[in-house]
Design a protein. Structure first.
Length: 352
């Protein structure tokens, strides 16, 4: 017998969503960038050999060949959207949702932003004899962001609305029945995948090297980079691993440094279950996330998670090994708190 896989978007809707995503995330950026390149090439005879490429508080302060704008247009207007589209298609798979729709809209908007920024920056320099008197770029930047918002909104609107279905419920391997007065504690740790952690460590080491070089050679901004290194290191140490605890008092999760943390008292819990989730499809990525549907949680990987339904608030979840046992224990405490008081009692404490 064939059963419906709740982690998959219905095939017809999935096909339609992917086609629209392909159009807005890949075809639209190609068309916008191609049109911008053609306009740029037709303007070459009217542009000075050296054009302003950067503006500071006091106006243009850096100059270079027109080719700088061409490469910027291709990198931001085409390269970034293609990267966003490919990453989204690989990460989402069949579990489509609002995050994929948003990435498609951002890809189209980014192409419009790059095209307007490039052409606007060059338009104000056409037929300019003295490049040191180039006008300010504030208006161009404002129009560029407006283009990003308008094109992105249009790209969002033309894509179908797909709500990712809740992941399938995972069944506990055994039933947990706790007597009145009995105390069982479940403790487990969820950590960032080793590959992702290694990548972030390499990035951090690169920032350390950059900060050291800038501070050692007296390059301006070295202090800012050093502060960024410290903040990134603290954030990585705080969020690379979380300790999850389930007790008769409720559910708790905290980072290795004690923060970030969350605690859900038992009287605020409606139910608990183990589910199979798709990080990108449901939450748009990894880490401490908030989904489009309002759910929040600690999403470290794809797979099993404890989902805690709360009174008057959206569910909170955490991906973790042994989610079936943890959710079963928490549900047992919820059931015991809702049941009439019994005469059974116990004094044991078990750490799982």
């Amino acid at each position: 017998m064939t059963t419906h896989d709740l982690t998959r978007t219905p095939p017809a809707l999935l096909r339609r969503a992917r086609v629209r995503f392909f159009l807005v995330a890949l075809v639209v950026p190609v068309l916008i960038t191609a049109a911008a390149v053609i306009v740029l090439l037709t303007w070459l005879p009217t542009l000075p050999e050296q054009v302003a490429t950067h503006w500071g508080m006091n106006g243009a302060d850096a100059f270079g060949p027109v080719s700088v704008y061409l490469w910027m247009l291709l990198a931001i207007g085409l390269g970034i959207p293609v990267l966003m589209a490919v990453t989204t298609l690989l990460a989402v798979g069949a579990h489509w949702g609002g995050a994929a729709r948003l990435m498609g809209a951002l890809a189209a908007g980014m192409a419009a932003f790059a095209a307007v920024t490039t052409l606007g920056s060059l338009w104000i320099q056409r037929d300019l004899v003295d490049t040191t008197r180039v006008p300010g770029i504030g208006g161009v930047v404002a129009v560029s962001f407006a283009a990003l918002v308008l094109v992105g909104a249009a790209a969002w609107a033309v894509q179908p609305r797909v709500r990712p279905e809740a992941g399938r419920t995972l069944q506990a391997r055994h039933v947990i029945d706790i007597a009145q007065g009995e105390r069982v504690v479940w403790v487990a740790t969820t950590s960032m995948p080793r590959g992702a952690l290694l990548f972030l460590i390499v990035v951090l080491l690169g920032l350390v090297a950059l900060a050291g070089y800038m501070l050692g050679t007296g390059v301006a901004g070295g202090g800012i980079v050093a502060v960024v290194v410290v903040l990134v290191a603290l954030a990585l140490a705080a969020t690379a691993s979380f300790r999850v605890t389930i007790t008769p008092e409720g559910f708790a999760a905290r980072g290795r440094l004690g923060w970030p943390r969350t605690r859900i008292p038992l009287d605020q819990i409606v139910s608990a279950r183990a589910v199979d989730i798709s990080p990108f499809g449901e939450f748009g990525g990894w880490g401490w996330r908030i989904a489009v549907d309002g759910r929040s949680g600690i999403v470290m990987r794809r797979g099993s998670a404890i989902e805690v339904s709360r009174r008057d608030r959206r569910p909170f979840l955490v991906t973790i090994d042994g989610a079936e046992e943890g959710a079963a224990l928490l549900q047992a405490y919820v059931d015991r708190g809702q049941a009439p008081s019994g005469s059974a009692s116990g004094t044991g404490e078990v750490t799982a």
